[in-house]
Design a binder for this molecule. Sequence first.
Ligand SMILES: [Zn+2]
Length: 437
Amino acid sequence: MNLRERIIFPLSGFSGSPGPSRPPAERAASFAGLYRHAFEHSPVYREKYSAAGLTADSVRELPDSAKLPFLEKEELALPGIKADDKATLVSLASGATSGPGVNTQLDREYLLKRYRMLLAILYSTGWRLGDPAFAFHPEEYGAAALFRKALKEGDLKKLAFNFFQESVLYRLFHNRRNFHYSPEAFDAFSAGPYLEKLRAFAPRLIISRPDILCALMRQAAIQGLEFPAAESILCVGNILSASGKAALESSFKAKVYNLYASTELGYVGLSCPHSGVWAHVDEDNYLVEIEGGGRGEVVVTDFSNFHMPVIRYRTGDIGELDSGRCGCGRESLRLKLHGRKKDFFESDAGERYYAYDADEFLGLEKELYSLQIGGRRGSLRLTVRPGELPAGRLEDIKARFCGRFGLSPEKVAISGGGPLSGTASGKFAYFNLERPA
Ligand SMILES: [Zn+2]
């Protein structure tokens, strides 16, 4: 054990490896316990489940989840969702860009558990406390932005928590450096300064949203720049396609891991070196279902949050599940994400395509480093970068897009100009669709 591990392991209770998985009977007991707790102590759940004719005993086995109505994001934002009067140690804001804002509240116990789960994820990539790690974040997640926000809200607890997390825990103990990029990074940028930063710090691990890292990688390839090596890359926060993953692996000579995580739920699943973009679901701590089976909305239950239970929560993500033995030897549920439920376009025949498909297409077009799909059904607009491609090349790209996705060319326009729009919070979006009023 290194010095940092000797300090952090006893404080967090992390042992250095994820540990053996729990038998199904124990998981079922966790689920039943969480359900009963929510029924008895959370006004939102009690009312919801009573109205559905359920009692505090309605959940005994994992399949009993099918009896429970789904939880909508609006419900998670209600004050009556909390299931006890214990002090909230930290309240994590999320989701204000796609509907009502949710404040996920964690007590001390679960905050520590989430931290152990984070360490288990990081250790799965081969990283250890103290190894240099480099994180790319949208500017809105920067320490300065968080500081201003907490100061404006007059929230001293949040101020102290952010300071501790960023400056003490991550910087000193994790040896992590952050690089914040602005939304314009996808528009017109040079990959050079980013790669220089990486080269100077020589990280063992890169943590990033895949959209910025892939845009950076594609831009660097177009510019003919040489990539700095990193042993591992942890992608989180947006869709990673198979072609994006393969290109990151060969560019950075790194093992690439795909993490499915959110503020509301924590760390739900992580891919392994054999599972491609599919994430092994952490079945000890989560129940993951697909509404309607097949490909559909991902619905998650978090077994650990007794303070503010999250049961059968509609994530707004579209995905599919697979089971059976993985190349790594584990027999577990695996999840593949396709994109956000509201962000899709349809072929002439009515088949839906999501961010995953947009990213796969982008990976095939070696001249492009960014692409956004706008307009509306029957009249899509592709905006691509770099912006200065000649009209003939743009038409070729459009023809391939229409061919791949079964669209009539007269229903699609393409251009290298016009702004790429991000989300209100400054993140990149593959889609900028007009919605019917
Ligand atoms: Zn595996």
